[in-house]
Structures are given as C-alpha cells and as structure tokens.
Design a protein around this ligand. Structure first.
Ligand SMILES: Cc1cc2nc3c(=O)[nH]c(=O)nc-3n(C[C@H](O)[C@H](O)[C@H](O)COP(=O)(O)O)c2cc1C
Length: 225
C-alpha cells in the first residue's frame, strides 16, 4: 500500500495540478485512425478481456479486447466492443458469438502478457490462437468455449445483447453485452467474497503499445455526508 495523493484534502479545497492550457479537437473533422489514437490514449488504463469463443466446427478462437468493462450486477453483465478489421470484415470473435451466443472472458495477469498479445495476430479463420499462443484449454461448465487455465479469473458468458455502433464501416463497432453465468477464481485470490488484487496481478492496456502492471495501490474511503 502507498499513501493517498492529497491526504490533507477537505471538501471544497482547490487541488494543485499541472492542467492549464487545453488543446481542443472537434472529432467531426477527424478521420477514424486519429480518433482511435485519441480514444486509446485518453481512456486509460483499460482492463483486458481474453475472449474464448468456438466456431461451428469446434475450433477455439482466442483474442484480447480492452474496450471492455463490467456494467451491472442484476443481471451480471459485462461489455466488449469489437471493431471492424481494416478491410471492413467482422472479427472471428464477433462472428462466433453471433452464431453460438456463448463466450468466456478470461482476465489477463502480468504473467500472461506475451502469449495474450500473440493472440491478437491475424491468424486465418479456423486456426486456434489458444494453441498457437501456448495457452491451456480448460473445460467450461455451462458454455462450449473452453477457459484459459493460465488466467486467474474466468467468466462464462451467454450473449445478452448486441449493439451496433456506426454503419459497419472501418472504425465502427459492435458492443457485445454478455451475461455472466459462472465465475471461476484462482483459489488463493478469493477470500470472504472479495478478490485479492495482488493474486490476480491485473495487466492494463495503455496508449499505443504500452501496458501497465497494477502497482502503488492506495485506499480511499467513500465520503460520508
Ligand atoms: C491488448 C489488446 C487489446 C485489444 N483490444 C481490442 C478491442 O477492444 N476491440 C477490438 O476490436 N480489437 C482489439 N484488439 C485487437 C484484436 O485482439 C485483434 O483484432 C484480433 O485479431 C481479433 O481476433 P479475432 O478475429 O480472432 O476475433 C486488441 C489487441 C490487443 C493486443
């Protein structure tokens, strides 16, 4: 644990920070690639979902997604955003989820960085990134796609809703809302209904090709008014 940034702060007190002059951009005048760079630079850090799906022939697909988050507890749901490929095609993860309605989100720990990144390579349809990256498949309980043994948290999901964003051109996306059916947690990380951060060592995606380990944690109690 480290100390909080402004331990003497009281409600209403001005904080001293470096922000003064701003660069202002109108996104309506910008192309998709520079907008993408702004999004991944500004919305940081992002958690990474390593998503396993299965095609109709039973081939396992595995790919990382950092436009990812949890959104509700009742029903327990998470979201992923799958963008179009540069040639406009849909990614295998989306195609498989559209057809099967099932997927597994495996969280990504420090120790998984390199093989996780390898799973983002554009292998042709029908090739299993699980095998190519060297990850170990582990049978799921309620869905067909397997889990990733090396990952500390596995969430078996069924498709809740697909939300089209844009009109299918490059830069547009489909948001996948998944209902979490089962959760499997690295046993030493689970105690009294809570997950111990140090045991799941979350890796985050930053801007460009940068990643972050989760370090220098501090605690901040919620305000009581
Ligand atoms: C850390 C990381 C995060 C990524 N996040 C996303 C994302 O949020 N959305 C997306 O469409 N692609 C994302 N990608 C790229 C996909 O992983 C890549 O396009 C992959 O080939 C898709 O595989 P698929 O066709 O098997 O679904 C990310 C790649 C990496 C390495």
């Amino acid at each position: 644990m480290t100390t909080q940034p402004n331990s003497g702060w009281q409600p209403g007190m001005k904080i001293v920070g470096p922000v003064s002059e701003m660069t202002t951009l109108d996104l309506a005048t910008m192309a998709s690639t520079p907008i993408y760079k702004l999004l991944i630079g500004a919305i940081v850090p992002r958690p990474i979902a390593l998503v396993s799906t299965m095609d109709e022939a039973g081939v396992v697909n595995l790919a990382p997604f950092s436009f990812f988050n949890g959104v509700s507890s009742v029903p327990p749901c998470l979201v992923l955003s799958v963008t179009r490929r540069p040639n406009g095609a849909k990614k295998d993860t989306l195609l498989n989820i559209e057809k099967s309605g099932q997927f597994v989100v495996n969280t990504v720990a420090d120790w998984m960085a390199e093989p996780m990144n390898h799973c983002s390579a554009e292998y042709p349809n029908g090739v299993s990134e699980m095998e190519k990256a060297g990850f170990t498949p582990l049978a799921s309980v309620k869905v067909r796609p397997p889990r990733v043994k090396e990952s500390p948290v596995h969430m078996e999901c069924e498709l809740h809703k697909l939300v089209e964003i844009g009109n299918g051109e490059v830069g547009s996306a489909v948001i996948i809302v998944g209902k979490i059916l089962m959760m499997h947690i690295h046993a030493p990380a689970y105690e009294n209904g809570k997950i111990k951060l140090e045991e799941i060592a979350p890796l985050s995606r930053l801007s460009g090709l940068n990643y972050g380990r989760t370090r220098e944690i501090f605690e901040l109690p919620r305000p009581k008014i």
